[in-house]
Design a protein around this ligand. Structure first.
Ligand code: GLV
Ligand code: MG
Length: 314
């Protein structure tokens, strides 16, 4: 049986989700001083098979003894088709469950894979005396089957907090003719090759009240490229993006926050709308703010910008 809901966790700030290989003690230490909204400590693809056992131990140690401040603390385990998943989950959650916010499950293809993780987490939480249902799940969509099942995956457990696009594995899984992750495949010159995938993930996230997170940009020296690719998913409505290099963190925090001018404008719309719809302002519906007509839909759009701005400390 899936666990009980953990609602407050779903709106954590995740503009920058910084990836740290669990096999690298120096990076695990350094990540604690970075300004990312989230860290995810990896036991999956950035860790060699022979280093996975040590990575689990390193991660338990740094979660329990490190200073992670306000950051969301996530661990990415290996996917269910490998031999490692159960040990990843049991060792990390038994060892550091009290100092951990989420488990990221990569290459999710079916809702049953989410349910399996939920059940295992519930057993560990119960055995260890942790609050049942507190640890969230972040589901990575990295292949065609996962995308087709994305709605069922999003709703498979109340623990699911985010739906994450994994572009590198996704490109490989659909045979996309490119090796440059996040950039347009050569020969496709009629639009954005990622548009459908991003929109499908975003629709599932919004329909089911989850966060939508964009995956990595691997050309870590190309900050302009990072901003360009991040800017696209941010414009659609994504909540954040992975970062692989410290320089990408400030860029992500900026790209996924509203512009100051948009934030100020949103606050003005909210103030004006509140006034004019009240008795004092004449209890009107649609009203003018300068040259702009605003109504209930404008208020909803302004609320989104305002909430993002407040979460970003504006
Ligand atoms: C991330 O895991 C990716 O495959 O892009
Ligand atoms: Mg991947």
């Amino acid at each position: 049986m899936p666990s009980t809901p953990n609602e407050p966790a779903q709106q954590r700030a995740r503009r920058s989700c910084h990836a740290v290989p669990g096999s690298n003690p120096r990076f695990l230490e350094k990540a604690q001083g970075l300004e990312s909204d989230q860290v995810f400590l990896d036991i999956e693809d950035s860790v060699a098979p022979l280093a996975k056992a040590d990575a689990r131990k390193n991660i338990v140690e740094v979660l329990n003894t490190g200073d992670w401040g306000h950051r969301v603390r996530t661990v990415r385990v290996n996917d269910w088709t490998t031999q490692w998943t159960y040990k990843d989950v049991i060792e990390v959650v038994e060892g550091a469950g009290a100092n951990l916010d989420c488990i990221m499950l990569p290459k999710v293809q079916t809702p049953e894979q989410v349910v399996a993780l939920d059940v295992l987490l519930t057993q560990i939480e119960t055995t260890m005396g942790y609050e049942v249902g507190r640890i969230g799940i972040e589901a990575q969509i990295e292949n065609a089957l996962g995308l087709i099942n994305v709605d069922a995956i999003a709703t498979a457990s109340p623990r699911v907090e985010t739906i994450i696009f994994g572009p590198a594995d996704f490109m490989a899984s659909i045979n996309m003719k490119s090796l440059v992750v996040g950039e347009q495949p050569p020969g496709y010159d009629v639009g954005d090759a990622y548009h459908y995938i991003l929109m499908r993930i975003l629709m599932a996230a919004r329909a089911h009240d989850k966060q939508a997170i964009d995956g990595p940009y691997l050309q870590i020296k190309d900050l302009e490229g990072f901003k360009r690719v991040a800017g696209r998913s941010a414009a659609l409505g994504f909540d954040g993006k992975w970062t692989l290099h410290p320089d990408q963190i400030a860029a992500a925090n900026e790209v996924y926050s509203p512009l100051q001018s948009d934030y100020d404008h949103a606050e003005n719309i909210l103030d004006a709308y509140e006034f004019y719809t009240s008795e004092k302002g004449g209890a009107k519906g649609a009203v003018m703010l300068g040259d702009e007509m605003i109504d209930e839909a404008s208020r909803k759009m302004a609320l989104v910008i305002s909430a993002k701005g407040r979460a970003a400390g504006m």
